[in-house]
Design a protein around this ligand. Structure first.
Ligand code: NDP
Ligand code: OXD
Length: 307
């Protein structure tokens, strides 16, 4: 029995080496060179091409090489009946919280503005109090940690999720009403939702109209949460004060995209929380063992629900 690694758009070398080191007893096959398709029990996939999971008759589970599963679930040829999982581990969660706090604090303390001032040799102090209201969309593995950490450094934190949550220092909101309330109160809006049919395009003109004047947006989950033209419109109209974006509808962000040159937009190249192949290998080996012993995956995904 074996593991298949299916990552057409990135070099799977580090992951394969780590798997082999951690579990020399488990054969690992790299797509597209699957010499023994009948032996594959678990596949690790990231941006797999449609059909890459076909022809594996004993496949029991697919684990996404990351926390997001929209690419996996969006595969129209995802084999029916296989368990779907994803990789989440403490370091992945901590990286995202660092990114979120870095973006929120850089905005809060005006660091981007001072960076521009320095370029122009301008000495211009601006008063910037402390704290404020942070609104987090999505209180899952990533959102809940960011919410707790923002609360711990003095922010009033509102969190929005499908089902109500009880998290220390975080006011839980849900439903359409809750989303509008959060938007209206938050100085900083952070999106950490999974991309599903109900969250696609959620960062749009209607939401920005409800947003508190001067709200700052951090979008770090998936590019298709954001209606890009609506963001530019809200920034240019002064409704939002700025945005820090890690994810985009099209990645890499094309060179002629207006986000690159927009003075109120800060772009990072989908790096908020990158999966570490070593940590991923340990996770994958454990998922494989669970498949073989008939236990559920560590982070199972509800395919119907979309996350
Ligand atoms: P989880 O599945 O753990 O959490 C998702 C959260 O979103 C849950 O709180 C869920 O509510 C909430 N949610 C889902 N749908 C809705 C909805 N329709 N309305 C309101 N709330 C909703 O996800 P993670 O926290 O692990 O990850 C979030 C996303 O971050 C990933 O899907 C991925 O796209 C992105 N990501 C980005 C990375 C980057 O580097 N930029 C790295 C890693 C992940 P409930 O709790 O009630 O179910
Ligand atoms: C992920 C990502 O989903 O890197 O893990 O975007």
């Amino acid at each position: 029995m074996s593991i298949a690694v299916i990552m057409p758009n990135r070099d799977p070398g580090d992951l394969v080496r780590a798997l082999t080191r951690l579990a020399p007893d488990i054969p690992v096959q790299r797509w597209p060179d699957i010499a023994d398709p009948g032996s594959v029990r678990l596949a690790v996939a990231w941006q797999q091409s449609e059909g890459a999971l076909d022809g594996l008759p004993n496949l029991a589970a697919v684990t996404s090489f990351g926390a997001g599963v929209d690419g996996l679930i969006g595969d129209r040829r995802l084999p029916q009946g296989v368990a779907v999982g994803r990789i989440v581990y403490p370091g992945l969660v901590a990286q995202m919280s660092e990114y979120v706090m870095a973006a929120v604090l850089a905005h809060r303390r005006g660091l981007w503005q001072y960076h521009e001032d320095q370029r122009d040799r301008r000495w211009q102090p601006r008063f910037a109090g402390a704290g404020g209201v942070a609104g987090i969309l999505g209180l899952g593995e990533l959102g809940a940690d960011s919410a707790r950490k923002l609360a711990a450094i003095g922010f009033d934190v509102l969190g929005w999720s499908r089902t109500p949550k009880s998290l220390d220092g975080v006011e839980s909101l849900s439903g359409e009403e809750g989303l509008r309330e959060l938007a209206g109160r938050a100085d900083v809006l952070v999106c950490l939702l999974p991309l599903t049919a109900s969250t696609r395009g959620i960062l749009n003109a209607a939401l920005f109209r409800h947003a508190k004047a001067g709200c700052f947006l951090v979008s770090a989950a998936r590019g298709d949460h954001l209606v890009e033209a609506d963001l530019i419109e809200a920034l240019d109209a002064g409704r939002l004060s700025g945005a820090c974006l890690d994810v985009f509808g099209l990645e890499p962000l094309p060179g002629n995209h207006p986000f690159w040159a927009h003075r109120k937009i800060h772009v990072t190249p989908h790096v908020a929380s990158m999966t570490d192949p070593e940590a991923a290998a340990a996770h994958v080996v454990e998922d494989y063992r669970r498949v073989e012993t008939g236990e559920p995956l560590q982070h199972p995904v509800d395919v119907e629900r979309g996350y």
